[in-house]
Design a protein around this ligand. Sequence first.
Ligand code: 5GP
Ligand code: MG
Ligand code: MG
Length: 199
Amino acid sequence: MKTIKLHDKEFRPFISAKEIDFAVTNMAEQLAKDLKDEVPVFVGILNGSFMLVSDFVKKYPKPCEVTFIKLASYEGVKSTEDIQRLIGLTQDLTGRTVVILEDIIDTGNTLNEIHRIFKNENVKQLLIATLFYKPEAYKKDFKLHYIGKEIPNKFIVGYGLDYDGLGRDLPEVYQLKTTQHMTNLVLFGPPGAGKGTQA
Ligand code: 5GP
Ligand code: MG
Ligand code: MG
């Protein structure tokens, strides 16, 4: 792994594919243990979660169902709380154990929308599993049931996560190289903010 350039920014190696694999395996095995004979419906949040979902269900050692919803958030000029539903739920989840699979939980605004979506679905339980979590950025009170890895409040790419469209295909995770004067920019949103970005 070495430093990479995407568009105008440089990123340094941060989390290896091996470390990601370890975190995903742990989450999948712990969840399977906790759910006993319950057959969960995994709901991946597109786009960012596509790689996690693919790996997670392969590690999950019991029967399960998989579906996706697609959300987009807008940053910069518009509030990040303005989350759009591009593809919604297409099946009845009444009485089911639903496990949300998220690539990353940052401010929690997307999670807020997820809770809104599931409020009227009469599910048996809604569990949240996220591969990455930025505790310093999280502004909500929703419980996070399964966390792969806590990370600092810095912008990352790879393993499904993009910088303005690039980087989703990378099997490992990279962190934006920052100088001191860029720290505020990173704290208040990913570079490219101001355009609509897809989760
Ligand atoms: P939220 O702030 O709503 O918790 O996160 C919104 C979305 O922003 C996430 O689903 C994710 O797609 C994106 N996001 C948050 N933090 C990062 C990051 O560090 N890198 C990238 N590429 N996307 C992020
Ligand atoms: Mg994005
Ligand atoms: Mg996401």
